[in-house]
Design a protein. Structure first.
Lengths: 189, 189
DNA sequence: TATACGAGACGATACGTCTCGTGTTACCGT
DNA sequence: ACGGTAACACGAGACGTATCGTCTCGTATA
């Protein structure tokens, strides 16, 4: 162990939370290190010491759940179509909250610059084993889906469709969720 | 018409082309108005006069085809699966060119800030009537696909899957193209 | 004569590095 | 066991650089 004081946990949390709040307020292009430092009551060096790249702050905040609420576990009722539909409807509700769409768009901006943000965002939106990706894998194991269904591509298509809506500033509603699930899985039961 | 000189077409083109070259070189976050002006041999005011927002330059460059080559018209062989597969394979080849992936990622960064960039990007990648979206519509008209297939969502899922790969810095190969087309249309003929 | 042009000066803002003085904490000698 | 001390993170902010967006020139063109 090295001598001297160690990383301050309270500063770390204040930085992550301030970054989240300011990202929501000003968007990715309006997010400044000086702004985060001031809002968190922290010296700039305390940020640059631990995050050489600004987008790394967002990656950490995202990974710790300080930006987006967790989706529920994707249910496993034995009916993939119903389960994926339920999951997509929950995503649609998530996007229905005012400002959420803008936040996710800002996260996309950060993801463009930082691969880890992209990974954390994908994880949180559906690539996690507890989300769609996992549900689809289980459907193959149980024989509900044929084994040659490319789970990763299917997951990417689902999340990608949603993100494209976010990017184009059009709503993604519950009806879209049902249509999308049906078109991806409907003929396959 | 007002008196005096009018907008210089040569400056306009030099600005759009410089913006494209510098976007490719330095990415969206590294693109500066001063850099564009210097590269184009143009005063800054000539840029700010016509593009109050930087991302607007990218939107125009994209719409004029100065950034991405046009895809071929999606063929209409009477076999939707084959045609969509061919189109996706061409997209995969487009992404195979070195630096193309980075360019598209930069465009995504601009799209986050500017709705018109998002629209132009979607248009150029598949939402145009001459691309997949159009081919799917025609498949419904000809009875090749049932009329309740949501063309827009399907197009978004296809493009979205590709863009998610770009975002996560993973390759999108011809094999993925075939799998994706099959999973979206395979059981539906 | 009205207006766009290239050039660049200007103050403002954010960058990333650095240097303070202060406080905290593991280690080491007694 | 315990106190000293050396190493290091902390908040604050000064610093030079880069880019922003506005503005003001003098020139050129319709």
């Amino acid at each position: 162990m090295t001598r001297g004081p160690h990383r301050s946990e309270s500063s770390r949390r204040a930085i992550l939370e301030s970054a989240g709040a300011l990202l929501l307020q000003h968007g990715w292009s309006g997010l400044t290190v000086e702004g985060i430092a001031a809002h968190a009551g922290v010296g700039k060096q305390a940020i640059y010491r631990w995050w050489p790249v600004k987008s790394g702050i967002i990656a950490d905040a995202l990974a710790e759940g300080a930006l987006l609420p967790s989706l529920h576990e994707t249910p496993d009722s034995g009916d993939v179509l119903a389960d994926v539909t339920a999951w997509l409807v929950e995503v649609a509700q998530l996007l229905g909250v005012p400002g959420r769409s803008d936040l996710i768009r800002s996260l996309l901006g950060a993801a463009v610059e930082n691969e880890q943000v992209a990974a954390a965002l994908g994880e949180r939106l559906g690539a996690a084993p507890s989300a769609v990706a996992g549900r689809l894998s289980r459907a193959i194991e149980s024989g509900e889906l044929p084994p040659d269904v490319p789970v990763q591509l299917m997951t990417e298509a689902l999340i990608g469709a949603v993100l494209l809506r976010v990017l184009s500033r059009e709503p993604f509603e519950a009806g879209d969720a049902r249509d999308l699930a049906a078109v991806m899985l409907g003929q396959r039961r």
